[in-house]
Design a protein around this ligand. Structure first.
Ligand code: NAD
Length: 260
């Protein structure tokens, strides 16, 4: 379906990003991976993925806090894979704390990685997509782009911000066969969520089991975690010809959470 299309997926060494990369590779895309992690493990992931597809899978280690490295991710992809057709802005971090104790450096890091990095990558990729006359930009937002939860000031602010970015760029590029959309997942059991369970327990003074039942899944009427495969399925649809009229949208995949 995506035979020969070139995709960049930020934060694809783990969790949702890795799942999306796998789906895109299996659909025929040539993929540039990105993210943090142990070099040997990343190389093992890269070669395993490459063996599942029909084209190259490469890795670029751009730090999403560094605009020049993000621009280099885009230009290197163009140089080594020939184009940038699909851009998935997925890298993200979380930090949970009451506002009065929220460390300013955590605020800066979350806004940088979860929001500003998407500005820098989109800014660099749009001219290439305009040149080729086709593009798909998918921003991995969150249910927290639509509703808030206490103790997540920076994350909720960044995710609400990325919806504004999504809508604005969608209007600017629509006439060039480029779509820009935001996927808004509920809770997915990835390392990002595993890490916040003890922090949320501490912030609320409850047990970790209570966090899963009463905080995380309490919000989701299905009482089930969203799966990475469900998110990958939506991403593939957005990249397909049938998805071409979905533009500037915030698409919840949250088991009904934001229907409350
Ligand atoms: P994860 O921790 O498994 O993966 C995060 C990825 O981002 C990793 O590859 C990591 O290396 C990368 N990353 C972090 N900091 C980086 C940096 N400075 N530079 C480059 N890469 C960096 O988390 P995940 O749950 O898969 O989250 C992926 C995205 O999905 C995030 O944007 C997150 O906000 C969003 N999301 C997750 C959930 C969930 O429940 N897991 C729900 C809604 C939205």
């Amino acid at each position: 379906m995506l035979k020969g299309k070139v995709a960049i997926i930020t934060g694809s060494t783990s969790g949702i990003g890795l799942g999306l990369a796998t789906a895109l590779v299996r659909a025929g895309a040539h993929v540039m991976l990105n993210g943090l992690g142990d070099a040997d493990e990343i190389e093992a992931t890269r070669s395993t993925l490459e063996a599942q597809g029909a084209g190259p899978v490469l890795y670029h280690g751009a730090n999403m806090l560094k605009p020049a490295e993000i621009a280099d991710l885009v230009t290197t992809t163009r140089e080594k894979l020939g184009a940038v057709d699909i851009l998935v802005n997925n890298a993200g971090i979380q930090f949970v704390s009451p506002i009065e104790d929220f460390p300013p450096e955590k605020w800066d890091a979350i806004i940088g990685i979860n929001l500003s990095s998407a500005f820098h990558s989109i800014r660099a990729a749009v001219p290439l997509m305009k040149q080729s006359g086709w593009g798909r930009i998918i921003n991995m937002a969150s249910a927290h782009a639509l509703v808030a939860s206490p103790f997540k000031a920076a994350y909720v602010a960044a995710k609400h911000g990325i919806l504004g970015l999504t809508k604005t760029v969608a209007l600017e590029v629509a006439a060039h066969n480029i779509t820009v959309n935001a996927i808004c997942p509920g809770y997915v059991r990835t390392p990002l969520v595993e890490k916040q369970i003890p922090d949320t327990a501490k912030a609320r003074g409850i047990s970790e089991e209570d966090v899963i039942r009463d905080v995380l899944l309490a919000a989701q009427p299905t009482k089930k975690f969203v799966t990475i495969e469900q998110l990958a399925g939506l991403a593939l649809f957005l990249c397909s010809d049938e998805g071409a009229s979905i533009n500037g949208a915030a698409l919840p995949v949250d088991g009904g959470w934001t229907a409350h």
